[in-house]
Design a protein around this ligand. Structure first.
Ligand SMILES: Cc1cc2nc3c(=O)[nH]c(=O)nc-3n(C[C@H](O)[C@H](O)[C@H](O)COP(=O)(O)O)c2cc1C
Length: 400
């Protein structure tokens, strides 16, 4: 989708500048030709030589260094550009661009660029929340810049927060989708995906949970986004950072997940229940930490809402996909679930297989659908499996 595109990558002086090196490779891997410009600050983090070797082009750093007498370098780069990406973008450069300041190569070339401009802010969580930075970002958005939402996660400062530069492949994907003029199969369709393992509280510090890592659901969210969908990811706690370009709704319990899904369900085209939802929850949640006094402790559990079954009963246009994580009689159970829940697809995986199911990056699944034979997919990375599941749904919905 980026094949043949001329991409000008502007790197500014933030700690995430090191990721820009991988971004060059990701863009080239997608067929783009990349030229890089750095601020002086950026060169303190990554040398121009690194970008020169990766992009196979001279790197622009100095607006007064004009190597070709026949042209003005910053204008030549601006005119050459099909897509401009500023990643990472410092608070400083955001401020300059929002105010039309052109005092180095990067800001001067960007002021002269009429091609679409993507800007990926990356900074400390408090810098990002600063009202001047927020104001400048809003201004850039108004001026037509496409602002790539910073990711939430572990920051270089040693604590967690919003402000991380999304992963290079996520930025490349985002730009590829946004700049792809052709219609993607899930364009304009809402896809709800649940992910992670729900937690049911016993007391303020304990819960009943499961081993789900959320990887399958997050891979599905990325795959649906890549097909053009508006993705709502309803996630129980995971260690994963939110993929860019999707709406993340965080929940803890099965009841909260059920409520969040119901609220989005009516207008959804596809609903994928990839979360490992607790079947039972404690009947009573202790207000205080349960003390270690009794020799034995009996917990009384009650059933949680069966989200998939409720959706099956209420569904209209929605294409429903459920997961069956089993350790035995997988086919039989999946077929039963297909009918009982009125689902359009059940993706069954054998969680007793060491390379499939919970907490690993790969999966081995079989797809079951009404009136069709089972479809066995080979062991593969969860991203590959996710793309295949969605491709099958797109085919069933005749959207391709
Ligand atoms: C170690 C270090 C890390 C920095 N990381 C960031 C950052 O992640 N984001 C940011 O906006 N500024 C960061 N700064 C501040 C910028 O480097 C500073 O504002 C500089 O003037 C930016 O210049 P430039 O926008 O021309 O690249 C950092 C500074 C230092 C010394």
């Amino acid at each position: 989708m980026l094949a043949g595109k001329h991409i000008a990558l502007y790197v500014t002086g933030g700690i995430a500048a090191y990721k820009a090196a991988s971004l060059v490779r990701e863009l080239i891997r997608r067929g783009a030709e990349v030229r890089v410009a750095e601020t002086e600050g950026a060169t303190a983090f990554v040398t121009p030589l690194t970008f020169q070797v990766l992009s196979k082009h001279v790197v622009y750093t100095d607006r007064f260094k004009q190597e070709d007498a026949a042209e003005v370098a910053h204008i030549a780069l601006a005119d050459w550009t099909d897509i401009a990406i500023i990643a990472p973008a410092t608070a400083d450069v955001i401020g300059k661009l929002a105010n039309g300041i052109a005092d180095d190569f990067v800001t001067t070339a960007l002021l002269a660029t009429v091609a679409p401009k993507y800007i990926a802010p990356a900074m400390n969580v408090h810098m990002l929340a600063n009202s001047a930075v927020a104001r400048n970002l809003a201004q850039l958005q108004q001026d037509g810049f496409d602002v790539i939402d910073p990711a939430v996660g572990f920051l270089a400062e040693g604590y967690s927060g919003k402000g991380r530069l999304p992963e290079p492949h996520e930025i490349a994907d985002y730009v590829a989708h946004k700049s792809n003029p052709q219609q993607l199969p899930l364009q304009g369709k809402k896809v709800i995906i649940t992910a992670g393992g729900t937690r049911e509280r016993l007391d303020p510090v304990r819960f009943i949970g499961n081993d789900s890592s959320g990887k399958m659901g997050y891979a599905l969210a990325e795959a649906a986004r890549d097909l053009g969908a508006e993705v709502i990811l309803i996630s129980a706690k995971t260690n994963l950072s939110a993929p860019t370009g999707i709406m993340l709704i965080s929940v803890e319990t099965a009841a909260q997940m059920s409520q969040a899904v119901q609220a989005q369900f009516k207008t959804a085209a596809i609903v994928i229940m990839a979360a490992a939802v607790s079947d039972y929850r404690p009947k009573q949640v202790a207000k205080e930490k349960i003390k270690k006094t009794a020799v034995t402790l009996t917990l009384e559990l009650e059933k949680t809402p069966d989200i998939l079954a409720t959706l099956g009963q209420n569904k209209q246009q929605q294409y429903l996909i459920g997961f069956a994580a089993e350790t035995q009689n997988i086919a039989e159970y999946a077929q039963g679930k297909l009918t009982a829940k009125k689902a359009n697809m059940i993706v069954a995986n054998d969680v007793s297989n060491r390379n499939a199911g919970f907490n690993v990056s790969t999966n081995k699944v079989t797809i079951f659908r009404p009136n069709q034979g089972p479809l066995d997919l080979p062991l593969a990375d969860k991203h590959v499996i996710a793309r295949e599941i969605l491709a099958q749904a797109v085919e069933d919905l005749k959207l391709n």
